[in-house]
Design a protein around this ligand. Structure first.
Ligand code: AMP
Ligand code: MG
Length: 310
């Protein structure tokens, strides 16, 4: 990899595009946090590194280091920390900085950064549908708010945004794939005019912690929110496996080890209750609001898959 930036840093930092995107970012964080606080969510501090982090269901390089004899990973998501803490504090959220060293083939997607922030939340005793309603509120009320407070900026970007009506449309994963083929997510994202859900994702597509349906084996109680206009995925989430035997079965089925998740499993042995939650990528939301082709335009110091970054 050549040690050269693929863009002019001074021009980028001084661009109207970036300035507007950062203003959107500021107001997105404020509005979404306000909505959650109004629903009695408690904001928790982010975890930057840990002995246990999200295994993810796609390959990434592993940013880990050894400190005084213990190996730690940079946080890929706070899934396990959320699931442990929500047992005591029933509604939590955090702006979680995640590091995912995505492979170079993600460069062309326009929606992957190596370093990004998700607004990550979890609710004890909640169903998938309960947290879908929260996701809809966050997305539609924040869009409405941005249209109200920064119409001139959006106009400068040539961006007209619809405020989506709730509840959003729902597609079942397998039905959508049968109808539109392997690339159904992108096809639907380009076809639809408003954000929409994809639910009931098959087990092999996701991680071990997504709860399997009690009535439909092999189908998960989870969901993705998709943006329209081809902007693709906004949110992933769902209900969590909370029974120790099922958690262990799923880890084994994935070919993972108990050692990898030791601290989480020790906690789970003391009993977990059902929770559900999701993460919404902040940079992706800002990109959608601004209507940018590429996610790096919303970040002052973007880390782009497969490219040199400072
Ligand atoms: P996941 O649970 O892995 O789907 O991640 C939760 C959310 O974080 C996704 O729905 C995206 O909005 C966002 N996200 C995930 N990976 C990236 C990435 N590499 N760059 C930017 N945002 C991401
Ligand atoms: Mg996802």
């Amino acid at each position: 990899m050549q040690e050269q930036l693929s863009y002019n840093l001074k021009e980028h930092l001084n661009s109207d595009k970036l300035k507007i995107a950062l203003k959107v970012n500021t107001h997105v964080r404020k509005k979404m946090a306000e909505i959650l606080r109004s629903e009695d969510f408690i904001e928790i501090p982010p975890v930057i590194f840990s002995t246990v982090t999200d295994p993810l269901n796609h390959p990434v390089h592993d940013p880990s280091f050894v400190y005084e004899g213990t190996s730690y990973s940079l946080t890929k998501s706070m899934i396990f920390h959320k699931q442990m803490l929500v047992q005591s504090i029933p509604k939590i959220f955090t702006f979680s900085p995640n590091v995912r060293l995505e492979t170079g083939d993600k460069q062309s997607s326009g929606r992957h950064l190596l370093e990004f922030t998700q607004l990550d939340l979890e609710v004890k005793g909640a169903s998938r549908e309960d947290v879908m309603r929260i996701g809809e509120r966050l997305v539609s009320e924040t869009i409405e708010y941005l249209k109200e407070i920064m119409p001139d900026d959006l106009k400068k970007l040539g961006r007209t945004l619809r405020t989506p009506q709730t509840p959003f449309k729902v597609f079942k994963f397998l039905e959508a794939r049968d109808q539109y083929g392997e690339n159904f997510e992108q096809i639907l994202s380009e076809k639809e005019k408003d954000p929409f859900w994809i639910i009931d994702i098959p087990l092999k597509e996701r991680e071990f912690y997504d709860r399997e349906s009690d009535t439909e084996r092999g189908i998960l109680r989870d969901m993705d929110l998709m943006y329209p206009e081809g902007f693709n995925e906004a949110i992933s989430g769902g209900e969590r496996e909370f029974e120790l035997s099922r958690i262990k079965e799923r880890i084994v089925a994935k070919g993972q080890t108990f050692e990898q998740f030791k601290w989480f499993l020790q906690f789970a042995e003391q009993g977990l209750e059902l929770s559900a939650g999701f993460g919404i990528g902040i940079e992706r939301f800002v990109r959608y609001v601004c209507g940018f082709k590429r996610i790096e335009d919303v970040h002052p110091f973007p880390k782009i898959p497969g490219k040199f970054s400072i």
